[in-house]
Design a protein around this ligand. Structure first.
Ligand code: BEZ
Length: 250
């Protein structure tokens, strides 16, 4: 099932693509006329930005709801529904770009193989994803609140260390050009409900077997417990850790 709510994503979680601007400008540096594939493009804001800079861009996302929203907002850009671990497109690209998507992909070797296959020789891969320790405060509080009510928390996302992910890329044939691993607290739209909203938006899988009443209580507990720890100057921040990598297909 496609669980994504594209409107909620854009309304309250726009930081996902807003923070991606520096990845585009400072790392990818798209050139006019080059072909770029955006893997996990979501609602397409960064894909459209690449197109505006003159690149010939394709946005790929597994969520039909996200692709529908991207097509409606940016009809001049090509968007396709496709899974990062299985996609097959009829061309190779000068560059592949991915922002805040690859931590959803647990079959990471397959995704890396697909990206490698879709790059031209000498083509570059520029990615950012959640790194080791990403949203750990939120996940620890969630695990506690779930277990207090008798539910089992199962880890879901893939947040690798720089060593782990670059080793996988090297095994697939990439040369690593640049790595950056850093904390980037990410401001949530509404301090009163930000963590609860974030879990509603992204963490639906944790609650697959939790009745609505318990889910509401768990979300409220996590929000209340973390608000004092993650609040700064009246704003609430998710404890994001980022892994950025630039690599070349050799
Ligand atoms: C992230 O960008 O770090 C992220 C977004 C949604 C779910 C998990 C992690």
């Amino acid at each position: 099932m496609d669980q994504w709510n594209a409107d909620l994503y854009k309304e309250k979680h726009a930081f996902v693509f807003e923070y991606g601007n520096s990845l585009v400008d400072a790392w990818l540096q798209p050139q006019a006329g080059e072909t770029i594939l955006d893997v996990g493009c979501g609602t397409g804001e960064l894909t459209a930005q690449l197109a505006q800079q003159g690149a010939i861009v394709t946005g790929l996302d597994a969520s039909p709801a996200m692709i529908q929203s991207a097509r409606a907002n940016f009809p001049e850009v090509t968007f396709v529904v496709g899974d990062a671990t299985r996609f097959s497109l009829p061309q190779q690209f000068d560059a592949i770009f991915s922002n805040a998507a690859l931590h959803w992909v647990r079959e990471k070797e397959q995704a890396i193989e697909r990206m490698y296959t879709h790059l031209k020789q000498g083509g570059r891969l520029v990615l950012e994803m959640g790194g080791k320790g990403n949203v750990q405060e939120i996940l620890t509080a969630l695990e506690r609140a779930m277990s207090q009510r008798g539910y089992t928390y199962e880890p879901f996302w893939y947040f690798p260390s720089p060593a782990e992910y670059t080793t996988l890329l090297e095994k697939a044939g990439f040369k690593i050009d640049r790595v950056h691993f850093f904390d980037r607290p990410s401001r949530l739209a509404d301090p009163a409900t930000g963590i609860s909203d974030w879990l509603e938006m992204f963490g639906g899988h944790f609650f697959a077997n939790v009745p609505e009443k318990d889910k509401a209580a768990i979300l409220q507990q996590v929000q209340q417990e973390l608000a004092p720890r993650l609040m700064r100057n009246g704003e609430l921040y998710a404890d994001y850790v980022r892994l950025r990598v630039a690599a070349t297909k050799i």
